[in-house]
Design a protein around this ligand. Structure first.
Ligand code: THU
Length: 133
C-alpha cells in the first residue's frame, strides 16, 4: 500500500508529543489493510521511567482498537531526532511481537527521506513466546 497518507499522519501526530523533558518529538503511524491509520506520539512524565515511546503508544492503540498483527500493512516513524527515527530497544521488542515479521517500517528524517527495514532486520535473534516454557 502507498505510504503517503501514513507519512502525513506520522508528521501530524508528532505535533501532539508530550515531551517537556527531552524536547524530542516522535510520531508513529500504522497503516491497516482496511485503510485505517492508527497513530501515537511519545508521552513523557516527571518520573522519567514512565515515559512511553510513540511506537508503543501506536501499537497498543492498534490492539485496543481490535486489530491483530495480520491486519497491519506498514508502519511509519518520524521524529526531530538527528537523522533517521530509530526505534529504541524496548520498542523493537514490542514491535517484534505485534508487527508481522516482514512488515515494512519506514524510519523518516524530518526532510521526509527514510530508511526502510523490517523488524527482523532491526531485532535479529530476538526473544519471543517461542522461548517460553
Ligand atoms: N522515543 C520514542 O518515542 N521512540 C523511540 O523509539 C525512541 C525514543 C521518545 C522517548 C522520549 O520521550 C524521547 O523520545 C527521547 O528519548
Amino acid at each position: 500500500m502507498d505510504n503517503k497518507l501514513t507519512i502525513d499522519k506520522a508528521f501530524e501526530v508528532m505535533k501532539n508529543a508530550y515531551a517537556p523533558y527531552s524536547l524530542c518529538h516522535v510520531g508513529a503511524a500504522i497503516m491497516m489493510k482496511d485503510g485505517n491509520i492508527i497513530s501515537g506520539c511519545n508521552v513523557e512524565n516527571a518520573s522519567y521511567g514512565l515515559c512511553n515511546c510513540a511506537e508503543r503508544t501506536a501499537l497498543f492503540s492498534s490492539i485496543s482498537n481490535g486489530y491483530k498483527k495480520e491486519d497491519i500493512d506498514h508502519m511509519v516513524l518520524v521524529s526531530d531526532f538527528k537523522g533517521d527515527t530509530r526505534p529504541c530497544g524496548a520498542c523493537r521488542q514490542v514491535m517484534s511481537e505485534l508487527l508481522p515479521f516482514n512488515c515494512p517500517i519506514y524510519m523518516l528524517n524530518l526532510d521526509g527521506s527514510f530508511t526502510k527495514l523490517t523488524i527482523q532486520e532491526l531485532l535479529p535473534y530476538s526473544f519471543s513466546s517461542k522461548d517460553l516454557k
